[in-house]
Write a protein that binds this ligand. Structure first.
Ligand code: PMP
Length: 457
């Protein structure tokens, strides 16, 4: 085997022959080499040919919040793995305990952390807790889980059952029962003409609850800002009303912070902009910035207490495990990741650079008729592209891909929302690392400017 991969072209061929890439149509590689990234530093990554790219999407899917090449995270993981790499179930580990304690400092009202590996998995844990609470505490009622059109919660079948993007679900059913859709809240694609759109969109959730029967509905799972479904920021007043409705009908609120968590929107968690009091928060991507696989569910003492020992019920505990939720690499990386966000004032940077990015994107909207709407919070932004501003007809997906490709050709990696809702695959997305500075913002937006100009050339 020695020497087999000395030549990078052998690695490229190994990738072409053996790796099944995520969310990717492999026919694209019939006419080009796969891209292999060999190095990353800050916001820059280098491919197998030594070409550099400015990464404006934090690892493709809004993950590498503190940037590439962080030696201190690598060292923290290395030291921890050499000391004690793993244990699950009956015993804890030092980094898990320390990280849990630090994490709940950022989520007042929540106090218990369940570790897992992926966003999907963390969401599944919440769904299972809701079901177990329904069996044990509501006599089998309150077992339904509401989810919202255009939101995404993961790839497993339970998470797919709660997926508001039919292009992701198509061809993977049947799904588990008891997941019920509520309307999305995107004002740009208004479904009602009420003046108080936030109130109207939230009341649409109440209508579903009343239709299903409040005593059947246990929880609602929502992204604070919908990510892959179109970077959808909520209309004013929306979340306040959602909170009121959930309190009124005793419905647990599950905020999916897989994308928005760990500073992406300028607060530690996205829900904190809106005064929501969640019962479950699930988070993953930016938790360790991709230096280790880690996700977690954070919940209240009240939920935790429902799973305490019951002399009449030996099955009262949460009968769930995540094998690699016991790996210490995750919490060790997450602890250092959190220290970096704090010590480098990255929340403040996210707010300042987010404002700058939003200003620049608004300028692009003024300049290019193809930009129908600009949305975002912090370093999490989307530009919805339309063929016609008046009718809001979505720009053809191939043309949207062309914009992404034109940026790539100039060495800037941007993203596009994918496989979304009713053909709305027309939003460019930007989620640079929280360390981004003005010069990178300028390069990103000037590159998009030129790419958009090509559409009308
Ligand atoms: N929730 C949201 C909002 C996501 O964007 C994603 C992943 N894109 C997930 C859950 C699933 O996370 P994972 O891929 O880690 O399972």
């Amino acid at each position: 085997m020695d020497g087999q991969f000395n030549d990078i072209s052998a690695t490229v061929e190994a990738d072409r022959a053996h790796v099944w890439h995520h969310l990717f149509q492999h026919a694209a590689l019939d006419h080009r080499d796969p891209r292999i990234l060999v190095e990353g530093k800050g916001m820059t990554v280098w491919d197998q040919n030594g070409r550099d790219y400015l990464d404006a999407v934090s690892g493709g899917v809004w993950t590498v919040n503190v940037g590439y090449g962080r030696e201190s995270i690598a060292n923290a993981v290395r030291d921890q793995l050499l000391k004690m790499n793993y244990f699950a179930g009956s015993a804890g580990t030092i980094p898990a305990a320390q990280f849990a304690a630090r994490l709940v400092e950022k989520t007042p009202g929540l106090s218990r952390v369940f570790f897992a590996n992926s966003g999907s998995e963390a969401n599944e844990k919440a769904f299972k807790m809701v079901r177990q609470i329904a069996h044990k505490h509501h006599g089998g009622k309150k077992w339904k889980i509401l989810y919202r059109e255009r939101d995404y919660h993961g790839t497993s079948l339970g998470a797919m059952a709660a997926c508001g993007q039919e292009q992701r679900r198509d061809q993977y059913g049947p799904f588990p029962d008891g997941f019920v859709a509520v309307p999305h809240c995107l004002e740009y694609r208004a479904q009602w003409d009420d003046e108080d759109y936030g109130l109207r969109a939230a009341n649409a959730i109440e209508e579903v609850i009343l239709r299903e029967g409040p005593d059947t509905v246990g929880a609602i799972c929502l992204e604070p800002i919908t990510a892959g479904g179109g970077v959808i920021t909520p209309p004013a007043g929306y979340w306040e009303r959602v909170q009121e409705i959930c309190t009124k009908y005793d419905i647990l609120i599950h905020m999916d912070e897989v994308v928005c968590g760990m500073g992406r929107t300028g607060e530690w968690f996205g829900y904190q902009h809106y005064g929501i009091k969640p019962d479950f928060v699930t988070t993953a991507k930016g938790l360790a910035s991709g230096y280790a696989a880690i996700s977690c569910l954070i919940t209240t003492e009240e939920v935790f207490e429902k799973f305490r020992s019951d002399p009449d019920d030996p099955m009262s505990y949460f009968r769930d495990i995540s094998t690699f939720g016991g790996c210490t690499a995750g919490p060790a990386a997450a602890l250092e990741n959190m220290r970096i966000i704090e010590d480098e004032n990255l929340l403040a940077n996210t707010n300042a650079m987010g404002d700058l990015l939003m200003d620049r994107l608004m300028e692009l909207k003024d300049k290019h008729a193809v930009v129908g709407d600009v949305r975002g919070k912090g370093l999490f932004c989307g530009l919805e592209l339309v063929a016609d501003r008046a009718t809001k007809e979505p720009l053809d997906e191939k043309l949207v891909e062309g914009v992404v490709g034109a940026c790539d050709a100039e060495g800037v990696i941007i993203g596009k929302t994918s496989r979304s809702f009713k053909g709305f695959n027309n939003t460019l997305c930007l989620s640079p690392a929280l360390i981004v500075g003005p010069s990178e913002i300028t390069r990103i937006t000037e590159t998009i400017d030129r790419a958009l100009a090509k559409l009308s050339a």
